[in-house]
Design a protein around this ligand. Structure first.
Ligand code: ASP
Ligand code: MG
Length: 460
């Protein structure tokens, strides 16, 4: 039996008719069975603007955005010369977009629930167009397979945390068995939406920005796929962000553990949750560029051949350091418990943490500060100090907490950059520290030179 391959194409791979055809050609060559697509590039942002404008401004202002979104999709539809059936589907979606925006406008209320319904249209429109592109490529290549549009909400059951809904893994698996088992016969290519899902009550949800990767991984888990492919506009995962450091190099192979750290600590290529389903089912993940399918790309797997001390580095900006101090912590117990309970009550995720006898410092995304109650609650148990404009720089690799001399090499490379906090020891795969945001690019450039470029020179 042929391999079951799930492929995901991001927004830039859906950018226009040529991009869609190129992506469809890649899927055909790869033998994809299930393809999840993002909204065409920029459309999710436009839909958010549509929701906000409909809520707070005059209707003609909202209509301008509506027209912009429709025109973009009509242009792709015309360039592809799509079938009448597909045109009808597209127009039904335009009508739905219109009604939703109008409803928001009349109520002057764009709730997260309404926003999810609006945003879902991005992926629902692009998938109609992509199914057409896929059909054309199948025909051109003389394939007997058929491309079928599938509403992912039939299988992608989520909780009702609108805006960042959580997929319900066992329900998804059961629904995939019920609705997608036919994929095994190898005669169909199912084209569907990334990013969106549905609650038990039939309400549309989204998985959070950039969530299409995660959707594809959840679907790969649900149908027991052999391979998950993430096609984007860069040729795989690089040793660091090439926009920060032009000498960044593509990575051929990286372990699940390292790649998870890399995604969580700021590398933009993969949505941080993407690897969880792949890890659960041990599904190898390929990350490649739909614009340059011949480029090697990166494989992310459980076991990899080499285990370099430092494989990659990332920076996560917009961090704040919150320090809680209280003399009551001296020789007492239970203080950390109280601190974590407050963060837990506010559903805030902490990334890095250090403690001393009477204080504890944690790093948070700066958006957390918008939650004034959190800071007020923390102030009831300790003195709270907040430092802003920080960035978390992390080095990702292997055996990091057992390698002598690593700290020396790191701090020599950045000896004149003030390091505000260090986290080392908890993970074999990660060493991270906080610096001022405006020093973070320089820190990355120097560390890349020291750990990756100079290493390559020695080996050459
Ligand atoms: N279209 C969604 C976004 O822009 C999801 C995705 O592209 O992954 O966030
Ligand atoms: Mg994306």
């Amino acid at each position: 039996m042929a391999q079951l391959i799930v492929s995901k194409f991001g927004g830039t791979s859906m950018g226009d008719a040529a991009c869609m055809l190129r992506s469809a050609e890649v899927s055909f060559k790869q033998g994809s069975s299930l393809i999840a697509v993002s909204a065409t590039s920029g459309t999710t942002n436009d839909l958010i603007a549509l929701g906000k404008t409909s809520e707070s401004q005059s209707w003609p202002e909202a209509e301008k955005i509506l027209c912009k979104i429709q025109d973009k999709h009509i242009k792709i539809a015309n360039d592809l010369t799509i079938s009448q059936g597909a045109k009808d589907k597209l127009h039904t979606l335009f009508d739905e977009m219109n009604s939703l925006a109008k409803g928001v406008h009349l109520l002057k209320d764009c709730s997260v629930k309404a926003m999810d319904a609006l945003m879902s249209l991005g992926e629902r429109m692009s998938s109609v167009l992509f199914t057409e592109a896929m059909s054309q490529i199948l025909k051109k290549n003389g394939s007997s397979k058929t491309a079928e549009l599938f509403d992912v909400r039939t299988v992608l059951r989520t909780d009702d945390n609108f805006g960042k809904a959580k997929p319900l893994t066992s329900e998804v698996a059961a629904l995939c068995r019920e609705h997608l088992s036919f994929l095994k016969d190898g005669k169909h290519i199912v084209c569907t939406q990334g990013y969106i899902g549905m609650t038990d009550e039939g309400m549309t949800t989204t998985l959070g920005r950039g969530g299409s990767d995660y959707s594809a991984a959840i679907l790969a888990e649900g149908i027991n796929a052999d391979v998950l492919e993430i096609w984007t506009d860069v040729a795989g995962i690089a040793t660091t962000d090439p926009r920060i450091c032009p000498k960044a190099k593509p990575i051929k192979e990286i372990s699940f553990k390292e790649a998870s750290e890399l995604a969580t600590f700021g590398a933009k290529v993969l949505h941080p949750a993407t690897l969880l389903p792949a890890i659960r089912k041990n599904i190898p993940v390929f990350v490649g560029s739909s614009f340059d399918a011949e480029a090697k790309g990166t494989w992310v797997r459980k076991d990899v051949d080499d285990h370099p001390l430092i494989r990659a580095m990332a920076v996560r900006k917009k961090q704040v350091l919150v320090t809680l101090s209280t003399p009551e912590m001296l020789h007492a117990h239970g203080f950390l418990f109280q601190v974590f309970r407050i963060f837990n009550d506010h559903k805030v995720s902490i990334d890095a943490i250090t403690t001393s006898e009477i204080s504890v410092s944690v790093t948070l995304d700066d958006s957390t500060l918008l939650n004034k109650r959190l800071i007020a609650d923390l102030s009831t148990i300790a003195e709270v100090a907040v430092e802003e404009n920080l960035a978390l720089v992390s080095l990702i690799g292997n055996n990091i907490n057992h390698t002598p001399g690593l700290g020396k090499q790191i701090f020599e490379a950045i000896s004149d950059i003030n390091v505000r906090m260090i986290c080392l020891g908890a993970s074999k795969h990660n060493f991270c520290f906080l610096v001022k945001e405006d020093a973070s690019s320089e820190a990355i450039t120097r560390l890349h030179r020291s750990f990756i470029e100079e290493n390559a020179e020695e080996m050459a």
